[in-house]
Design a protein around this ligand. Structure first.
Ligand SMILES: [Zn+2]
Length: 384
């Protein structure tokens, strides 16, 4: 079907249009606005929310698969799993690993991005590590954390063949500030994460081109009123955008609200940080060389460390609205328009407007996903 119309409450997402419609032709949006004569067949979703497709820029895995798995079907399975959470585009996120393993994963993922997937579209790569802080490593493998090395960076960038969009590093790691400048010069977003950087180091990194902070609050020192650290710097400096793991557990809803109010919807990016066992039942699961226990919506490593989350992005939108008190338009913007813009993903993503890609997520008012559309094609349909 090349031409059709969706009817419902249109979240552009800067505004909500009740009794609105979105017209789609040949994988593009032709119109988003008040109801009028439909283009092609009309599909009526009642008052349900018709949103720009959600974009998750921090995804390690899900449904029992990891982005770094050698299994060539792993990333396809993750793509399908994400589509059921309303995600139409994502950045596959690597973890700290030995150089050879990392290079191999980057090559494999770049090839998958080139080839295309059946669910959520792989929009590129987010390299988390290996230039991180040992103290703030969280679930990252401490053994493979190392000093930043431009030679390795160059090899990774080459292997990614244009698909490297973000690298998370600790600005205080040896060589990291030069790496920030190197990345910024090549249009790759340098992001701070798993970092013990103090306030002054953070400002220095922003000055060198660091423009994003990965999972704000998690994997960094807390805010102290005499030494606000990178957290205080990120909250108050207009140059940087921030990610929030909005599961309501990694970060208290009041802290989510605090960050969202200070940064605003244009600089706040909701992420899942979902990991391999996300979507599997509670209990013990294999997680690389380790075991992880899923309990009460969290993934625990031995020793009481929280690994990434088990949510998908529709859940993050729900938490921001129902627990952090944001509007639907603000929360949807943080999960679509803002990630597309601040991480410089393909133009045409993240909004419902004429000429945009027809990536659309239809949800009810509790953010349960009814339908996920990528490039005009339905890739997921929820139970009616
Ligand atoms: Zn992390």
């Amino acid at each position: 079907m090349t031409e059709y119309t969706l009817r419902g409450t249109v979240v552009t997402p800067s505004e909500l249009i009740s009794h609105g419609q979105v017209e789609i032709a040949n994988g593009r949006i032709m119109y988003a606005g008040p109801r009028r004569q439909p283009l092609g067949e009309a599909f009526d979703h009642g008052d349900r929310l018709i949103c720009p497709g959600l974009i998750d820029v921090h995804v390690h895995g899900g449904a029992g698969h990891d982005a770094m798995d050698r299994d060539p079907d792993a990333v396809e399975a993750i793509s399908g799993y994400l589509a059921a959470g309303g995600v139409t585009g994502f950045l596959a996120t690597t973890q700290t690993a030995p150089s050879g393993e990392l290079l191999e994963a980057v090559r494999r993922l770049a090839a998958a991005a080139e080839a295309g997937l059946g669910g959520a579209r792989l929009l590129g790569l987010h390299l988390e590590g290996p230039y991180l802080s040992e103290e703030k490593r969280g679930a990252q493998h401490g053994d493979h954390i190392r000093a930043a090395d431009t030679g390795e960076l160059e090899a990774l960038h080459d292997a990614a063949d244009g698909w490297m969009k973000v690298m998370t590093l600790a600005p205080e790691a040896p060589g990291a500030l030069d790496a920030v400048a190197w990345l910024a010069e090549r249009g790759v977003v340098a992001s701070a994460g798993h970092t013990d950087a103090d306030y002054m180091t953070a400002l220095e990194a922003f000055g060198r081109g660091l423009s994003h902070v990965s999972h704000l609050y998690n994997g960094m020192r807390g805010l102290h009123h005499r030494e606000p650290g990178i957290l205080g710097a990120a909250l108050t400096d207009g140059r940087v955008s921030v990610e929030l793991i909005a599961d309501g557990l990694h970060v208290h809803p009041a802290a989510l609200r605090l960050a969202a109010l200070l940064k605003g919807p244009a600089k706040t990016v909701l992420v899942s940080d979902s990991i391999k066992p996300a979507g599997l039942p509670d209990g013990e699961h294999e997680y690389g060389s380790r075991r992880v226990t899923l309990r009460d919506g969290l993934a625990w490593l031995p020793g009481g460390v929280i690994a990434g989350s088990t949510i998908r992005l529709n859940d993050a939108v729900r938490v921001m609205v129902e627990e952090a008190g944001l509007s639907v338009a603000e929360a949807v913007q943080m999960a679509s328009t803002t990630p597309a813009r601040v991480l410089r993903l393909t133009p045409g993503k993240g909004r419902l407007s004429e000429g945009s890609d027809a990536d659309v997520t239809v949800m009810d008012w509790r953010f349960n996903v009814e339908e996920t559309i990528v490039g005009g094609e339905t890739v997921y349909r929820g139970a009616e």
